[in-house]
Write a protein that binds this ligand. Structure first.
Ligand SMILES: Nc1ncnc2c1ncn2[C@@H]1O[C@H](COP(=O)(O)OP(=O)(O)O)[C@@H](O)[C@H]1O
Ligand SMILES: O=C(O)C1=C[C@@H](OP(=O)(O)O)[C@@H](O)[C@H](O)C1
Ligand SMILES: [Mg+2]
Length: 173
């Protein structure tokens, strides 16, 4: 995959971080996760950044990381689910690499996001389904706006998803 970047977008729990890491090992490309980069930069976890600085500051940090990482060449970047809220992020992601949109239905999203407590937008919500549904209503058109390839992750394990992605991107190489 000569010098072409791959950017993974999609909702929380779709598997961007899991798939990105595995895809990078299969394609022998450098891997970055924008949330991990934000954690490195702040020296604190995502929950802390939201708690102490708030979502707006998190989004500014996210924009900075995206603008820095997308100028690299030959990387795989797993983004956070809200990355597409910023027009600047959408422009940079679509101009600087192949954008792969991982989709997931709400039922599976509930199951997968319940496993971890590292998603501040969901942590304190009892009405998880409603919250996820309203995020989806706002965000789905934005994911679709910049997606080059769309891949469903429902009922497919990450290794198979990665194999499907590799088959689909062959024509872009
Ligand atoms: N295709 C899949 N099928 C089942 N579970 C998955 C799949 N992809 C990821 N997971 C699990 O779902 C959770 C969220 O995955 P993660 O990669 O962190 O998603 P994201 O980065 O999109 O929020 C993790 O516990 C992960 O192991
Ligand atoms: O959807 C969102 O707004 C967010 C998604 C998270 O990343 P994942 O999609 O990897 O969970 C993380 O960036 C932060 O909690 C905000
Ligand atoms: Mg992630």
């Amino acid at each position: 995959m000569a010098k072409k970047n791959i950017f993974l977008i999609g909702p929380m729990g779709a598997g961007k971080s899991t798939v990105g890491r595995y895809l990078s090992s299969q394609l022998d490309m450098d891997f970055y996760d924008s949330d991990i980069e934000i954690e490195k930069q702040t020296g604190a976890d995502i929950n802390w950044v939201f708690d102490i600085e708030g979502e707006d500051k998190f989004r500014k940090r996210e924009e900075l990381i995206i603008s820095q990482l997308t100028t690299r060449k030959g990387i795989i970047l797993s983004t956070g689910g809200g990355v597409i809220l910023s027009k600047q992020n959408r422009n940079q992601l679509s101009a600087r690499g192949l954008v792969i949109y991982l989709t997931i239905n709400i039922e599976n999203q509930i199951i997968r996001t319940k496993k971890e407590k590292n998603r501040p937008l969901l942590n304190s919500h009892i009405e998880l389904e409603k919250v996820l549904q309203s995020l989806s209503t706002i965000r789905t058109p934005l994911y679709e706006e910049i997606a080059d390839i769309t891949v469903s992750t429902d009922f497919v394990n990450p290794k198979i998803i990665v194999q499907n992605i590799i088959n689909m991107i062959k024509k872009y190489i």
